[in-house]
Ligand binder design. Sequence first.
Ligand code: AGP
Length: 605
Amino acid sequence: MCGISGIVHSENFGRNLLNSIRNLEYRGYDSCGVAVIQNGKIDLRKNIGGIDDVNLKERLDQMQGKIGIAHTRWATHGSVTQENAHPHLSANRKFAVVHNGIISNYQQLRERLLSEGVCFESLTDTEVFVNLLEKSFAESNDLEQAFLTALQQIEGSFSIVMLSSHDPEHLYCVKKESPLLLGLGEGCNYVGSDINAFLEYTRKAVVLDEGEYVILGPNDYQIRSLKTGKKVNKSVLQIDWDLETSKKGGYSHYMLKEIFDEPQTVRQAMQIPKEQISAIAEMFDGSSRSYLMGVGTTYYVACISQYYISTIADRYYSALSSDEFSVVDIHKGDMVLAISQSGETYDTKTALVNAKDCGAQTAAIVNVMGSTISMMVDHVIMQGSGPEICVVSTKAALAQTFIMVRVALELGLIRGRITKKVYQKYQRDLEEFPEIVEKILNEQSGFVRNIARDTSHVEHWLFLGCGVYYPVAMESALKMKEVTYQHAEGMPAGFLKHGTLSMVESAVHSLFFVPPPEQKELHERTLIAMEQVKSRGGTVIALIFQGDDRAQGLASQSVKIPPVSTLFAPLIQMIIAQMFAYYAALDLGRNIDKPRNLAKSVTVG
Ligand code: AGP
């Protein structure tokens, strides 16, 4: 839930340490800090606020040297205060630690240390660990031993990087259930919560596995197993993410930039070899029961996929929110497909661990290379969408949905529910999709922006759709809530009359996701609901396809989308709704890339 970073350099790392936490800021941004060794002592500066604010207050940019650690926080234990920000120092100021995760037994340890006379400055679990280190070192006078002894006493999930003035040439790092990677440079090595920590400086990475610890120097590193103490040899990963895609590239916000990355993101998703897609379709086909799982946006991607699989392959799989997955009794032979941008989401990871324990086959669609989920499943598809920095998921969600359409088509073919001819026609549609997305973004953004501006004051929205447009409406409502802080409720259009209709009046706006008229039954049902809202004095805004005069007649404002294959109509509306949320938030002056109270990667329960 936080971003941690460390550098060991043979000369001076300059501003690289500060840049590295700036690149991790999307993981958490309520406070941050840096610790470096200067003149044999640890210099620590930290405060509340984002990186730039704290830099202004504390001059983090002056903190240079050969070795240092840094942290950007999303509070879990202890409120957002300067004392609770990381790094944390031991009482004798000879140890500094940054930590991501939760030390679950920290209360008992804290009480023990208090009874031994240790004074704490913060309320964090991390400060407990750093004082355990100091105590252990006093006993062994051996830094590696002290690190291991302190680690043996803590429980929970954590990745930790330790800096000590007793060894100004090495960082001591450990990974358990929270992500940690090494970046290997020339005369300089890095450690970080994810690739963005060092992508600017090196393309070579080593992904740490559960229960591994590292002693990291500027020119060397040694990875060992916590359990056996034995040295572990790991392969070095070549990162193929394009640095430019992780920059804002002239856009005012990452969210907008990432929406405009979507044509490329979909191209990448189309490049995923057919065999990888078929492998998932075959796993579905060969399993007795299958589940689609994600949380937040990825849950909605799972719901959208459920409709595609049901209509194309005639199979109905339950879509479940990862945090509710424990209601399911998983059996051997079941199949669970997880969808996760970060590959580190606690709820999804936990559900997968349980599914595996029960003997299920597991697969995942993940964006971040080397992430925990990508490594723990039987089959993984790396979606290749590039870094998604905005907390709000746009391009990653679209790519996941596109990949799931591909899975549905493979499954439809395997199960004989679509003919080879239909399959081939859809494949041609898939190939044309990136260009269609490009066109839509270029041609529609102005119209969307105008409607968003006119309606940004609206405090209550109903987002309504039928069939697959219903989960699209739910996902779009989530986007709206996340980024504008306005209330938006997604629901099936036909559900409205069963209660929510009583809320309808002119101040409550309804955004209808209207299918193309050729989807007759869905279209008709949507129009009936539009009439119900209109006749009760509600304000109707609609996403419609060009030439749909009936729908246009019912809406006070509408975005008129050029005709597209019905296969993609829902995805196009998903993109338009992303833009709609973006422009509304822009008008409201919201913190678009880092909405209040949220973090990109939710690694705690
Ligand atoms: C998306 O806009 C949200 N920020 C959030 O719901 C997110 O989709 C969810 O936390 C799951 O994250 P993941 O894809 O990294 O697993």
